[in-house]
Design a protein around this ligand. Structure first.
Ligand code: C2E
Ligand code: MG
Ligand code: MG
Ligand code: MG
Length: 290
């Protein structure tokens, strides 16, 4: 996983703007066929409780390996979908795979394990995400509480325009998470407007926090904010044992990162969960009930 989340991203940048535009054009051209042929996949990354070993939930992350250009960064994939008029098809694919994982978890008796999918602000604005998501859950007989939606705020997001959809989703019981908190345009007001029950601290504030006083202060502040507002806080980008130990000493309730578990294909994450002793399921139930 390190291979594709690191190397290929750099390669795309290093090749220069012209090539980058060519890659985009090729992706735009090939995406429709890729979707039809099942060339896209969802991978899943575990999010852990405070102990750093009980799994609290999973995050679904889209993966596409272009036949010529290799792994396509999700942001480029989402942009290509928008250019190709495939935003809704892509969202439906992502939703289907996410629900597939939810069904697989429930088949294993892991009813308490929710799965988060990412929805970009543009997707939220352009398509009827609420109707599509709630309709699909109904057909599959899955409770809305099993699904979580992660959204990143952008200046481009017209909160007013998506307010009704966010309300419909959260009223139905879907938990909303504000992603990449502490960077870009995320603000305290957006926490309210997005009806977030969860905040994910961006990894730029988390990775290496042990050695960086400023990061520790900011993370501590977000943890305090979470306690004050009754929000669950997740630290993203836990890359080392030091990151983990420092977050644990600060009382961080949820953690995600390469040190704890990488994004992996559905079969692998299910095998990982199957291999866990029953005690971990108990811990998880306890954590979620607390
Ligand atoms: P995100 O939602 O904040 O997802 C976390 C990203 O950080 C993922 O990158 C994950 O692989 C990576 N990551 C996890 N742990 C670590 C770590 O310890 N260190 C480092 N350096 N990285 C870590 P990925 O999969 O490349 O996705 C990047 C972004 O693209 C996501 O950020 C999300 O905003 C977006 N994205 C991914 N999948 C989807 C999708 O299905 N739909 C939409 N709309 N956006 C998606
Ligand atoms: Mg996310
Ligand atoms: Mg994030
Ligand atoms: Mg991110």
């Amino acid at each position: 996983a390190a291979k594709h989340s690191g190397r290929n991203h750099f390669r795309l940048f290093d090749e220069g703007l012209r090539t980058r535009l060519e890659v985009r054009r090729d992706c735009e051209r090939d995406l429709s066929q890729a979707l039809a042929e099942g060339a896209l996949e969802m991978w899943f990354q575990p999010i852990f409780g405070r102990d750093g070993c009980s799994v609290a939930n999973l995050e679904a992350l889209v993966r596409w390996r272009h036949p010529v250009h290799g792994w396509v960064p999700p942001a480029d994939l989402i942009a290509a979908a928008a250019m190709a008029g495939l935003t809704e098809s892509l969202l439906r694919f992502i939703l289907e795979q996410t629900c597939g994982m939810l069904c697989a978890l429930r088949d294993r008796g892991l009813h308490d394990l929710s799965v988060a999918m990412n929805v970009s602000p543009r997707e939220m604005a352009q398509i009827a995400v609420d109707e599509i998501v709630l309709g699909r859950l109904r057909v599959l007989g899955l409770p809305a509480t099993a699904l979580e939606i992660e959204i990143t705020e952008e200046t481009a997001l017209d909160i007013e325009a998506v307010q009704g959809k966010l309300l419909a989703l959260s009223r139905a019981g879907i938990r909303m998470a504000l992603d990449d908190f502490g960077t870009g345009y995320s603000s305290l007001a957006s926490l309210r407007q997005l009806r977030a029950g969860r905040v994910k601290i961006d990894r730029s504030l988390v990775t290496g926090l042990t050695e960086a006083e400023d990061k520790r202060g900011l993370v501590q502040a977000v943890l305090g904010l979470g306690r004050a507002l009754g929000l669950e806080v997740v630290a993203e980008g836990v890359e080392t044992a030091d990151d983990l130990a420092t977050l644990q000493s600060m009382g961080c309730p949820f953690m995600q990162g390469y040190h704890l578990g990488r994004p992996q294909p559905a079969e692998d994450i299910l095998r990982f969960l199957d291999a866990r002793p029953g005690a971990d399921v108990q811990t998880r139930l306890h954590l979620r009930g607390a």
